[in-house]
Design a protein around this ligand. Structure first.
Ligand code: ADP
Ligand code: GLC
Length: 477
């Protein structure tokens, strides 16, 4: 049995801004189900929702700051959660990383450096919890200093660093290092320095014993300049210690047969029942209720990564087809505005809800016929997997985890029963449009469509397999 400390800045259902939370909510659970001893450590934000008891564990003094460590439990699991309680940094309203205006909190370097230091104290059993991990598994830049600091400990545990998104690197002005009291030897071009900036993510990329990312294709992509923003050299240098392990999904939370957040349950053998969800979705978005018109859905952060501009650019063409489109998302104000304007122009064909709404996300997955996810890059992506499980065929761009999880519907893959969606290559509105047209044509052949839905719904996206891969990795260190 391995003792694993899982270091993360968000975990579903305690707090979530994106896919990292889904992974942090399910991977530790899946590892615990493989009889591993997993503890998760994360900051105690104001918006955090805990389940069951929260008890005081101990106080630690780090960098002249008194920090409390609290203990609670992941719901329905054996996973213990340790909350880093330092109100001055974490007890603020709203998002873990951004203020009310959508700008990063100005003291993010201090906030997450303190979080990393506490994680290191726990990892070295200096918090007197009588528990020392064999493996410290860190995630994204917010935990990047942990492998760096552990590398200076003579008898530290092994570290694994998972890249969920290389576009977010935790870069801060060099001056911020002074206040952080980091050991001097870390400040070097082959250390935490990146073009005269302090890079949190380099702490993981340089010092972790092993680096993983969340799909095999993204593991290759990030060794090229287009995807690595200047870090490709470092990642190529570390390629023997870099691998891609595909995320799974939470099969209980995302199950069309039992999902409490959708009005009508269904399965591959009772696809007619999916229609009730479609009507309800049309009602929620105030679109004409029509069972025959193909309904396209999309959910996500409205940022360049997600190719939202490709959707916007081809919307006028889409709107000339017999289809409907619903979108749920929040993010870039310019995208929000353009989408709302378009929804005003085509009130009978498309509708947009801005904001973050988990129940509605489930209804969109259940009620749509097609899911649009034309990302420019996508380390793994979860919605295309949720879609497949709900028999909602995804249209995706061939990149990262999208390329690894969706099988394009071609004569050959339809015949051999592997087709699960539509895949296009180029990040352009015309390529996306081409894929939409293919989907529209296939949709008119409902018999074939239902077969592809069944392929998608029967595909195995469970965490078990991926958790086993992580376990093999932990054991190899
Ligand atoms: P990323 O982490 O890059 O945002 P993923 O596809 O990995 O992308 O994960 C996104 C997660 O966040 C999914 O669980 C998705 O359903 C959820 N999500 C994103 N935006 C919203 C929203 N506006 N409302 C509800 N859920 C959302
Ligand atoms: C990131 C990526 C997304 C991935 C998620 C979980 O947010 O953008 O592709 O699915 O992390 O690993």
């Amino acid at each position: 049995m391995k003792k694993i400390l899982f270091v993360t800045s968000e975990a579903h259902p305690l707090i979530k801004t994106g896919g990292l939370a889904d992974v942090s909510g399910s991977l530790p659970k899946a590892l615990a189900e493989l009889s591993q001893d997993v503890r998760l450590i994360m900051p105690k934000y104001q918006a955090i929702k805990t389940y069951g008891d929260v008890r005081f564990l101990c106080s630690l003094r780090v960098d002249n700051r008194n920090v409390n460590l609290l203990e609670t439990q992941m719901p329905d699991s054996q996973v213990t959660v340790w909350l880093v309680d330092y109100p001055e940094f974490f007890n603020r309203p709203g998002n873990p990383y951004l203020d009310g205006q959508g700008d990063p909190w100005p003291d993010n370097a201090d906030r997450f450096a303190l979080f990393c230091r506490i994680a290191v104290e726990v990892a070295m059993d200096r918090a007197y919890l009588d528990w020392q991990p064999d493996i410290v598994h860190c995630n994204d830049w917010q935990s990047g200093l942990v492998p760096a600091l552990l590398s200076l400990e003579p008898h530290g545990p092994f570290s694994v660093f998972t890249i969920h998104n290389l576009a977010y690197q935790g870069l801060f002005p060099a001056e911020s290092t002074q206040g952080l009291n980091l050991p001097g030897q870390l400040w070097a071009p082959e250390g935490l320095e990146f073009h005269d900036m302090l890079s949190f993510i380099k702490g993981g990329l340089v010092y972790a014993d092993h680096i993983t990312t969340v799909s095999p294709t993204y593991a290759l992509e990030i060794q090229t300049p287009t995807f690595a923003y200047g870090l490709e050299g470092l990642l190529r240098h570390r390629k023997d210690n870099l691998s891609g392990i595909l995320n799974g999904i939470d099969l209980e939370a995302w199950n069309p047969e039992t999902d409490p957040l959708i009005p009508q349950h269904y399965r591959a053998k009772s696809l007619l029942d999916k229609q009730h969800n479609k009507s309800e979705l049309q009602r929620r978005f105030a679109l004409p209720i029509n069972g025959r018109v193909p309904l396209f859905g999309s959910i996500g952060r409205l940022v360049e990564q997600k190719g939202i501009d490709l959707i916007i650019d081809c919307l006028p063409d889409l709107m000339s087809m017999p289809m409907q489109f619903v979108l749920l998302g929040a993010g870039d104000k310019a995208y929000e505005q353009r989408l709302q304007n378009l929804a005003h122009v085509y009130p009978d064909k498309m509708a947009v809800i801005l904001g973050y709404d988990e129940p509605l996300a489930h209804l969109i997955e259940a009620g749509s016929d097609v899911f649009l996810m034309p990302s420019r890059f996508e380390p793994c992506g979860l919605n295309q997997m949720y879609s497949q499980r709900y028999g909602t065929l995804p249209i995706v761009r061939k990149t990262g985890g999208l390329a690894d999880t969706v099988v394009d519907a071609l004569p050959e893959t339809i015949t051999n029963k592997t087709a699960t969606g539509f895949v296009f290559n180029e990040a352009s509105a015309s390529s996306l449009l081409e894929a939409v047209k293919r989907a529209m044509i296939l949709y008119s052949d409902q018999k074939t469509w239902a077969k592809i839905q069944a392929n998608a719904m029967n595909k195995d996206f469970s965490w078990r397999h991926s958790a086993e891969e992580y376990l093999v990795l932990y054991r190899s260190l």
